[in-house]
Design a protein around this ligand. Structure first.
Ligand code: COA
Length: 191
């Protein structure tokens, strides 16, 4: 189930998912820094990013995990700029499942970029990685993120109460998931 071979996914003429390199650290940090308020609403790690050095550490960790095949974190490049990140958290190889995480800067949201990027990565998970289940764990009130899950055919499975700490309060998280036979069958019917 190693994700080590394919590290680039072309989504369309403008959008590419690719591995981040140390050269992206400055621009990735600047992107987070200029989107703090927007990202902080739903992501717990924003305050820990306090300079390009932290972005460098994040990228180095992501590259190591990608290389080891334990996770897959990619930058979302749109018209030549990194505009967010997307990927799979730790692969649970025994149960052939994984969960997804993603964010995109506010100026590029609402254009379908994350939805179409998720679609490509879910296909990769089920076809190349031969995983059986893909999960998204989302704060209950994060409607945009829930739409990304629903748009990609993930099904609501339940709510974990007060399961994520966001700076000064707990939020409930909803679990969305899809499984390989269901997702691949639905796509085959549509296409
Ligand atoms: C959630 C997020 C990743 C969505 O990315 P995106 O590229 O904007 O997503 P898409 O454009 O592919 O789809 C967004 C969906 O939300 C809808 N949407 C956009 N703005 C909205 C708003 N203000 N209120 C409700 N829905 C909205 C879009 O219409 C679309 O739904 P549709 O399929 O019904 O048209 C992005 O908003 C983001 O990074 N938010 C901050 C960080 C975050 O929440 N990360 C996810 C943590 S689980």
């Amino acid at each position: 189930m190693k994700a080590s071979r394919l590290k680039e996914f072309k989504i369309d003429a403008s959008t590419l998912l690719r591995e981040l390199t140390s050269e992206d650290a400055g621009s990735l940090y600047a992107l987070v820094d200029s989107n703090r308020k927007y990202l902080r609403q739903w992501l717990p790690w924003v305050d820990r990013q306090q300079g390009p050095r932290h972005a460098e550490q994040f990228i180095e960790g992501a590259r190591n995990d990608n290389q080891a095949g334990v996770a897959l974190t990619l930058g979302i490049e749109h018209q030549g700029d990194i505009v967010g990140t997307i990927g799979f958290h730790e692969f649970d190889n025994e149960n052939r499942q994984t969960s997804m995480g993603f964010w995109i800067c506010s100026s590029h949201q609402g254009k379908g970029i994350v939805s179409s990027s998720c679609e490509r990565l879910i296909e990769y998970a089920f076809t190349d990685l031969r995983l059986n289940r893909v999960v998204m764990k989302i704060a209950e009130d994060n409607i945009r993120s829930r739409r990304v899950a629903e748009r990609n055919g993930l099904v609501y499975e339940g709510t974990c109460r007060q399961s994520e700490w966001l700076y000064d309060h707990f939020v409930n998280q909803v679990i969305y998931a899809t499984v390989a036979d269901e997702w691949l069958t639905d796509r085959a019917v549509i296409s």
